[in-house]
Design a protein around this ligand. Structure first.
Ligand SMILES: NC(=O)c1ccc[n+]([C@@H]2O[C@H](COP(=O)([O-])OP(=O)(O)OC[C@H]3O[C@@H](n4cnc5c(N)ncnc54)[C@H](OP(=O)(O)O)[C@@H]3O)[C@@H](O)[C@H]2O)c1
Length: 216
């Protein structure tokens, strides 16, 4: 499957890119600047020892992909969505964004839509299958390819088939994906990241995560 990681040049994107490329997926890193996307892809390929990842601009990456994953700061959420709206029609869009309070990342400021993920659905429209996932997985953990991702990933979205597709991709990262139901579950999932940031600070670690128990 062709996976575009929009804003994949920062903290969260590269670990996802490396792990999916290693699992045999076709990965395209997107950036606002094509040259930066190409440069980061080249750096990641050097680490892999193979040219598995391509880099380009966000719009070209979205156009080429089957599934796009958004990893930009919340301040850039709506503006980035607007730039790829046309290219995303008929595709799956995975939102990793968390509306953290810019003045205190131990808190969130939820948007009027209810969550960043629901906001993405409003901006992209009904022709795009929007999924919320991976908001609670630390970039630090993803980036350490020797580390097991010892946490669960909650997946929500309006389409059961799209949730199933994204859950299969998440399991390729080496972790358990859990179906959390419709999109509005994102209202509960996104704030967990602020809690995990609190725990990271309090316990002087980088990769606090969640595990759900009691499921079959
Ligand atoms: N970091 C984590 O551990 C973590 C964990 C869970 C969830 N998240 C969520 O994942 C998202 C990405 O986090 P991150 O830490 O990867 O962010 P980041 O490193 O700060 O930024 C990622 C990329 O977003 C693009 N970007 C930055 N400012 C922008 C702007 N004003 N307009 C458009 N694009 C901009 C940049 O790419 P270009 O310059 O190449 O365009 C940048 O490399 C956030 O919503 C965050 O809450 C992060």
């Amino acid at each position: 499957m062709k996976i575009a990681i929009l804003g994949g040049t920062g903290e969260q994107g590269p670990g996802l890119a490396l792990r999916w490329a290693q699992a045999g997926e076709e990965v395209i890193i997107g950036s606002r600047q094509r040259e930066k996307g190409e440069r980061v892809a080249a750096e990641l390929n050097q680490e892999l020892g193979k040219a598995l990842i391509r880099g380009t601009d966000n719009v070209s990456a979205a156009a080429a992909a089957d599934v796009a994953v958004l990893t930009v700061p919340y301040a850039a959420h709506v503006s980035t969505l607007e730039t790829v709206k046309e290219q995303m029609k008929g595709k799956i869009f995975v939102d990793v964004s968390v509306p953290l309070d810019p003045e205190n990342p131990r808190r969130v400021i939820m948007p009027p839509a209810g969550s960043a993920t629901e906001e993405a659905q409003h901006v992209l429209g009904p022709e795009v299958q929007v999924i919320g996932a991976l908001q609670n997985v630390s970039a630090h953990l993803l980036r350490d390819l020797h580390a097991t991702i010892d946490c669960d990933v909650l997946v929500c979205g309006g389409s059961k088939d799209a949730r199933a597709t994204v859950m299969r991709l998440i399991e390729k990262l080496g972790t358990r994906a859990i179906d959390a139901g419709p999109l509005e579950a994102a209202r509960l999932i996104e704030p967990i990241t602020a809690l995990l940031i609190r725990l990271n600070i309090r316990h002087k670690v980088h990769s606090a995560g969640i595990r759900i128990t009691g499921l079959p």
